[in-house]
Design a binder for this molecule. Structure first.
Ligand code: ATP
Length: 376
């Protein structure tokens, strides 16, 4: 239907971007983006008129795009465009362009793939930057000079790490070096957009991989310094404490593997967040981290506010989990009374199952295996 409508209007049209990538990866995809060399809104309206269900086309005039709902997916239509950025302005100047120009402004080669919808070559792949090769090699790479791509829109640095984590891809070395070089530019991006990408990374099957990339590129220190501060082991004589950053990532991966949702994952990220601030060295017992659960729970609203995460019920759940995360472990001692157990059950309320999941994810060393058995 799209091909017919586009043919009639004389617009070459292509499916572009994430849908083509996900098709090649045999991954489910939610929306379809159609780019035409012409007026995207007119094309959407023409397609809508040809469908028996006569779907309502939503037009976003300011963006020059239109959305057509179908029972399976939403299809977004836009005219091919080229963008030019100027150093003093964040917003690009957008004008109509060719298919080539449209592909060149895409963030990564794997997102710069197209499928022709034109009668003469219907279904033919358009791949100007060897995106298929990068899909095979499992590589995130920018189509043009990465310094320009990232400087034009610094959010793309977060997207590079997010796609690497979601797809378990490497970031190509020149692309990665450009992130490290341009990282400071992330400051011009709105917190909402940064946090959106961060949440997608956290929902990846193995989020530790994304966080390690954020840390080694220097982005984490800029977007979430309190987490970056967990990194580092200090030694006094024989006494070294475990690196809280890598421990936190292990707990996060454990929670992810157990199918934890976004907020349980945030609780894993924040469960030891205040440890560096409570660290003391006692010559008799070594390193201690007294009271970090309470401090972490007190920090939670500030962190949610800084990162523009929702401040409602989700935040209270995370706060509760951070505050109580060590309590189940304390309760496996023989001397503990039933009333102490009842008190925890009362305090945890609806969160008791999630608290147990977090607690189990936190118990990684062999010494604690006995405890883990009780926590089943
Ligand atoms: P997901 O649905 O997981 O977010 P996606 O690739 O569909 O993945 P979208 O954000 O919907 O991501 O973007 C659709 C397409 O638009 C991308 O595949 C890419 O080609 C292009 N794109 C999106 N954001 C940018 C950006 N900041 N810079 C350049 N191209 C972008």
């Amino acid at each position: 239907t799209i091909a017919d409508a586009a043919g009639e209007l004389g617009y070459p049209a292509y499916v572009i971007g994430g849908f083509v990538r996900d098709l090649a990866l045999e991954r489910p995809s939610k929306d379809v983006d159609v780019v035409c060399v012409g007026d995207g809104i007119r094309l959407a309206q023409a397609v809508g008129q040809r469908l028996p269900s006569r779907p309502r086309v939503t037009v976003f005039k300011n963006f020059g795009t239109a959305m057509l709902p179908t029972p399976e997916v939403e299809i977004e239509f836009v005219g091919a465009r080229k963008e030019s950025y100027r150093a003093e302005s964040r917003k690009p100047e957008v004008e109509a362009g060719t298919l080539e120009e449209d592909l060149a402004r895409r963030d990564f080669t794997i997102n710069a793939l197209g499928l022709s919808l034109n009668p003469e070559d219907f279904g033919t792949l358009v791949d100007r930057y060897d995106g298929m090769g990068d899909l095979r090699r499992k590589i995130i790479r920018t189509p043009l000079d990465p310094d320009i791509t990232f400087s034009d829109d610094p959010l793309r640095m977060m997207r590079a790490v997010r796609f690497a984590a979601q797809l378990n891809f490497d970031i190509e070395p020149d692309t990665f070096d450009a992130i490290a070089r341009n990282k400071e530019r992330i400051k011009i991006v709105s917190q909402e957009r940064i946090t959106d990408e961060l949440n997608k990374l956290i929902l990846a099957p193995k989020p530790s991989y994304g966080f390690k990339l954020l840390f080694s590129s220097g982005l984490l220190q800029l977007i979430f310094p309190r987490m970056a501060q967990l990194q580092g082991v200090e030694k006094r004589g024989q006494h070294a404490h475990k690196d809280n950053f890598y421990h936190t990532l292990q707990v996060l991966d454990n929670v992810a593997e157990a199918g934890g949702d976004l907020w349980l994952r945030w609780a894993a990220i924040l469960h030891d967040i205040a440890k560096p601030a409570t660290k003391r060295f006692d010559p008799k017992v070594g390193w201690t981290f007294h009271g970090h659960e309470d401090k972490g729970a007190r920090w939670t609203p500030a962190i949610f506010t800084e990162l523009k995460l929702p401040l409602g019920e989700e935040m209270r759940q995370v706060q509760k989990l951070v505050r109580l995360h060590l309590r189940p472990i304390a309760l496996v001692k023989e001397t503990v009374t039933d009333s102490a157990v009842r008190r925890l059950l009362f305090e945890a309320g609806d969160e008791i199952d999630r608290l147990m999941l977090l607690c189990k994810a936190d118990i990684t060393s062999k010494d604690h295996q006995r405890v883990a058995r009780y926590l089943h």
